[in-house]
Design a protein around this ligand. Structure first.
Ligand code: AMP
Length: 211
């Protein structure tokens, strides 16, 4: 089944996607990761996206949709869309793309996490620059400070996880992304999961949804 995972920044989309890849053999399409890779590789796309990302703003719809279309054209199946769509315009464009490609989304899973918890997760989040593994300064620090347990890469704080940028991201989430709940309810695909629990408990709910 193809799945959309959505929720506020810090809701756990990336963490749950990693488990779905590892345990269910699914494929992740994370627009945030794709942009970060483009920035690292200094491509045109990366240059265009970076200014928006650094400010905590959304990258314009046309750029994001074009990028997703390219990935979907590579005939992926059992995919998780992580961080896309983030606006109703993107959701409508996705419907069009999928129709054209004879593909469909089974469920749009919303990870519900209270605001106070999101702030704590985002300000404490650290990620590996090489493999993308996610850590937290309090709840899941790497064994050696600044070094990834999995690949030895550098563990750093994303520019957009700094306190001043987080506020903008959460505001944009409320304004542009939360209307997707109504969009997917209307489409009969909406499922809500309480994301304010252990990673394993959240995963177990998601696994049941896709079973
Ligand atoms: P993420 O890793 O999903 O938190 O995304 C990091 C940043 O990439 C976001 O704050 C946006 O600036 C940009 N981004 C990722 N996905 C999208 C999207 N679907 N639409 C617009 N901007 C996006």
């Amino acid at each position: 089944m193809n799945l959309i995972l959505f929720g506020a920044p810090g809701a756990g989309k990336g963490t749950q996607s990693s488990l779905l890849i590892e345990r269910m053999g699914m494929t992740q399409i994370s627009t945030g990761d794709l942009f970060r890779a483009a920035i690292k590789n200094k491509t045109d796309l990366g240059r265009k996206a970076q200014e928006f990302m650094d400010r905590g703003e959304l990258v314009p719809d046309l750029i994001v949709i074009g990028m997703v279309e390219e990935v979907l054209n590579k005939s992926v199946k059992d995919f998780i869309l992580d961080g896309f769509p983030r606006t109703v315009a993107q959701a409508e464009a996705l419907d069009e793309l999928l129709k054209k490609m004879n593909l469909s989304i089974g469920k749009a899973v919303f990870l519900e996490v209270p605001m106070s918890e999101l702030m704590d997760r985002l300000t404490g989040r650290r990620v590996c620059r090489s493999c993308g593994a996610v850590y937290h300064v309090k709840s899941k620090p790497p064994k050696k400070d600044g070094i990834c347990d999995l690949c030895g890469g550098e563990v750093y704080q994303r520019q957009d996880d700094k306190a001043e940028v987080i506020e903008t991201r959460l505001k944009n989430y409320e304004e542009f992304t939360s209307p997707l709940k109504a969009f997917y309810k209307k489409a009969g695909k909406y499922v809500e999961v309480d994301g304010n629990r252990s990673t394993e408990d959240v995963f177990s709910d998601i696994r049941q949804i896709i079973a």
